[in-house]
Design a binder for this molecule. Structure first.
Ligand code: T3D
Length: 254
């Protein structure tokens, strides 16, 4: 079986990490599969993406058996494998929803945090991971988790190495929803996104990403620039026409 599976349902692409016996630990093979799947997600027919794990784990980060003996140049490994994955998720102009079906640790936590939304199963757990083996948060974890939790809480959570339950993760702002079946709920949320004006959703993602480091003037300029693009879409025309005709809009994603 491939290390990463993809399935299409209408405009939704579900990407499943598929090493259930190792709780979907990340190997070179998983990275390659993930890059291919995220490439497939760029297809214009896909309007929302769900990322999940097979079995009882979401993802437990780096496969530590690859670190047996000398770890080698870990920085180079991160640049070559993890960074392109994180950039692919953030650069995708459509929402990526993490369905955190089970344990989520180390770089698996970074992967979930890089997504636009996180839906957790009530049985899921969140394990900082890195510090427990003498490493620091990587794969964007030090950036996304600060964005989500704020600096003080992020430090407390990531430096203590203590796992959080799904309920605790929700209380601290790490996950958006806790439900019994994360994959089912993420599928519902993705289907709802797939019926929205996809270009506007994607441009909003880009705009908010930029806001993290921009000045007000830079942000005002980007809003004006991207609004010009949004106003050129079929979905903008449909949205206005539907409003004036007092009927529900039917968005095509174009
Ligand atoms: O350049 C770079 O790559 C650096 C990047 C580093 C980024 C990182 O991700 S560092 C952090 C790596 N992750 C961890 O430290 C988590 C390690 N795992 C655990 O602490 C525990 O497995 C969990 C708390 C997550 C879950 O515990 P439990 O009791 O539910 O399951 P288990 O029995 O420990 O694991 C089930 C199997 O998965 C087991 O295999 P086995 O013995 O049945 O054949 C276990 O060895 C395997 N597994 C779990 N995590 C990993 C793993 N195998 C390889 N690598 C793992 N990270």
């Amino acid at each position: 079986m491939p290390d990463v599976l993809t399935a299409r349902d209408a405009g939704v692409l579900t990407v499943t990490l598929n090493r259930p016996e190792k709780l979907n630990a990340l190997t070179a093979g998983v990275h390659a599969g993930l890059h291919e799947a995220l490439g497939e997600a760029a297809d214009g027919e896909i309007r929302a993406v769900v990322l999940t794990g097979a079995g009882r784990g979401f993802c437990v980060g780096q496969d530590l058996t690859e670190f047996q003996g000398a770890a080698g140049d870990v920085g180079a490994h991160l640049r070559a494998t993890y960074h392109p994955t994180i950039h692919a998720i953030r650069g995708l102009d459509k929402p990526v929803i993490a369905a955190v079906n089970g344990v989520c640790a180390g770089a698996g936590l970074s992967l979930a945090a890089a997504c636009d939304l996180r839906i957790a199963a009530d049985s899921a757990s969140f394990v900082p991971g890195f510090v427990s083996i003498g490493l620091i948060p990587d794969s964007g974890g030090s950036w996304f988790i600060v964005q989500l939790l704020g600096q003080a809480r992020a430090f407390e959570f990531m430096s203590a190495g203590k796992p959080a339950t799904a309920a605790e993760a929700h209380a601290m702002g790490l996950v958006d929803e806790v439900v019994e079946d994360a994959a089912a709920r993420a599928g519902e949320r993705a289907a709802a996104y797939a019926a929205l004006p996809t270009r506007a959703v994607g441009l909003t993602k880009h705009l908010f990403e930029h806001a993290v480091t921009a000045t007000l003037d830079e942000q005002l300029e980007l809003e004006a620039h991207l609004q010009s693009q949004a106003a050129q879409t079929d979905d903008f025309r449909e949205g206005v026409t539907a409003f004036l005709e007092k009927r529900p809009a039917k968005f095509s994603g174009r």
